[in-house]
Design a protein around this ligand. Sequence first.
Ligand code: DAH
Length: 348
Amino acid sequence: MDQNNNQKLKDKLKVFFQSAEQAFQLAGNSSKLYELKTRFMGSKSDLQKIMKEMKNLAPEEKPIFGKWLNEKKQALEESYLSLFHRLKKQELEQRMKEEVVDISLPGPSKNQGGLHPVQLIIQQTVNIFKSLGYSVRTGPMIESDWNNFQALNIPINHPSRDLQDTFYIDSDHVLRTHTSPIQVRSMLAEKPPLAILAPGKVFRRDNDVSHSPTFHQVEGMFIDRHVSMAHLKGTLSYFVKTLFGSNTRVRFRSSYFPFTEPSAEYDCSCPICERKGCSMCQHSGWMEIGGCGLMHPKVLALSHINPEKWEGFAFGLGVERLAIVYYGIPHIKLFLENDIRFLEQFSY
Ligand code: DAH
């Protein structure tokens, strides 16, 4: 009876191992093979069920049978492993063939934004003046009439207000027409000696081919003892040489601003043609950058700085003008149009 049982169980198991081996061979890929292994050898497999029948065997036969079964199981396990590795290897080779990476191809572009050319020039200007010990100050775009005009020696009804066409918010407030009110804010808030730089957006009722109603200036102010036009010219000259190259020169033309005395407008030699004359500089060899001068004693006094003790120079730079020269931009309106074809030339 036991003998019979033994044989029957063995036969069943032989069929089981054979069909498992066959199924493994036909699996075709490693994940299917793994699935089959769980089906045939996992805890809920037929093998476990058949093994339960071992309890019907005679006790002396159990160890012999067990040994035989273990060998069979091990053989199936080994055949699974070698098949699994073979399939994995094949799959990897196939993938490597299909997923060839050409490392010489350019990578996907990131479409990264960049700074506007006006901001790039402001950044460079700030860095140059920082290297001279200046620090940056800012002010609001809506200014009091006092800060924008009166404290700068431009009284109400003074004819020089006509020099700047103003957007009025109300009778006491304007959209700042220049960055010069930041001079006033700094003088009122800080004690000399002072070396400040103030970039910002300004507004004027101007709109023609060469003017736009909003543009950018960078204001500079230096207050110390014994400050002269020579210091001013040296500073501006250092600035243009650093920005445009060491051959660039500065030229002063005498001018008038109510807040400086003496006053000048200053040009730099055209860095494009180096003073030979080109279309960018209208064949004059020079480009206008801004206004400057020695601070008017009245302006110092209005902001509670004793003009007997302190002297200063100030200057205003037109940022768009610098950017036009620096990047060779043909038209001031391009700065405001937000044309992506223009702007993306400055992203990096
Ligand atoms: N604020 C003047 C303007 O917008 C420019 C200027 C001239 C600024 C002379 C200054 C200066 O600081 O000293 O036209």
